[in-house]
Ligand binder design. Structure first.
Ligand SMILES: Nc1ncnc2c1ncn2[C@@H]1O[C@H](COP(=O)(O)OP(=O)(O)O)[C@@H](O)[C@H]1O
Ligand SMILES: [Mg+2]
Length: 338
């Protein structure tokens, strides 16, 4: 399901929670929306999932307006949408199977259909045989699996994940993201993944929109946004993966380190524009030397985005030429002037 948002606005009193958002969310992919707490992510999800109406603007599914539907059409359309949340929102008094059965009961399916479908769904989320388990006996990861099975019970076109992995440890996060990716492909879902973690965007999403103060400040293919972030907000999110504005110890976390200090430049480049030939070419052309302090690679989709933290040693004018030449070669250069 292709989703189009046109000039969406939603205010609570004088607070513009969603301000003039226009986006194209392609079908059959995982689209990330990242933003800090309060950026407007959940409000945006409530609008796109038709739980709330925008003050103005349009929402289209496959080019059809869906923001002005009457009650019956709305119910039918909402059945095409699944949602999962940070706190799972499961019925704690029901078993795993009874939770998954719930939307099927609402849709009026008969018992034999429901039993068969629930078994299928349990299998899909790797919980086969655990149907009778009370929710309270399941781990966080297992609860989210039950929630995913419930969200997908009626074969929706769209799955919204609102901070779905924020309450989970890194390893469980990985397994849930892997499951969502697998199910996205299997079911041709359009997944909208809301998060405040760049790791989630890196590991699961093909596209990303960065939200700040209710507005989109940057969007595009994840690999492009990683390789050449433009907005300050995006750079700050990336800084949590390879932080520049933080102490050296912090910003080289997860990188291979040759030295415990220095590194006033951060170079980012995409896998096939590999750093080394570029650096040695520039070292020959200009009177500079690169002193590499730390380096790392982020796997984004099927590509690698490299980050090098280094000093560039030489006369200022030569250093400036080298930086300009790096940028011409498609390397993103950030200078830490502090
Ligand atoms: N129902 C509401 N009534 C009043 N203010 C709200 C309501 N929902 C959200 N807000 C406000 O809108 C802003 C965006 O909130 P939200 O969409 O929940 O952000 P996020 O999910 O990115 O943390 C916040 O300042 C929040 O306090
Ligand atoms: Mg939220």
């Amino acid at each position: 399901m292709h989703i189009t948002l046109k000039k969406l606005h939603r205010a609570y009193g004088s607070l513009h929670a969603v301000h003039d958002i226009s986006l194209e969310i392609p079908s059959n992919t995982i689209y990330g929306v990242i933003g800090r707490s309060g950026a407007g992510k959940s409000t945006l999800v409530r609008l796109i999932s038709l739980l709330e109406r925008p003050d103005s603007g349009e929402i289209l599914f496959n080019q059809n307006r869906v923001d002005m539907l009457d009650k019956d059409e709305l119910i039918a359309q909402r059945r095409r949408i699944g949602m999962i949340f940070q706190n799972f929102n499961l019925f704690s008094s029901r078993s795993a199977a009874k939770n998954i059965a719930y939307p099927l009961e609402i849709a009026g399916k008969d018992t034999s259909f429901i039993n068969k479908r629930v078994a299928e769904l349990l299998d899909m989320v790797a919980l086969a045989g655990r149907g009778n388990a009370p929710i309270s006996t399941l781990s966080g990861g297992q609860k989210q699996r039950v929630a995913i099975a419930r969200a997908l019970a009626n074969n929706p076109d769209i799955l919204f994940c609102d901070e779905a992995t924020s309450a989970l440890d890194p390893q469980t996060t990985r397994s849930i993201l892997d499951l969502i990716r697998e199910l996205q492909q299997k079911m041709n879902l359009s997944v909208v993944m809301i998060t405040h973690q760049m790791e989630v965007v890196r590991d699961a999403c093909e596209y990303v929109a960065v939200l700040d103060n209710g507005s989109v400040v940057e969007e595009g293919k994840v690999v492009e946004v990683f390789a050449s972030p433009k907005s300050t907000t995006t750079k700050e999110f990336l800084a949590n993966l390879a932080p520049l504005s933080q102490p050296y110890e912090e910003r080289t976390k997860g990188m291979v380190r040759w030295s415990n200090e220095g590194g006033n430049y951060t170079l980012r480049f995409r896998g096939n524009a590999t750093g080394e030939p570029v650096l040695s070419r520039i070292q020959k052309r200009f009177e500079v030397e690169f002193n590499i302090r730390a380096g790392g690679v982020q796997h984004v989709g099927n590509e690698d985005v490299g980050t090098l933290i280094c000093d560039i040693i030489g006369e200022p004018v030569e250093v400036q030429k080298a930086v300009a030449s790096l940028r011409e070669s498609g390397v993103l250069v950030e200078e830490d002037l502090a």
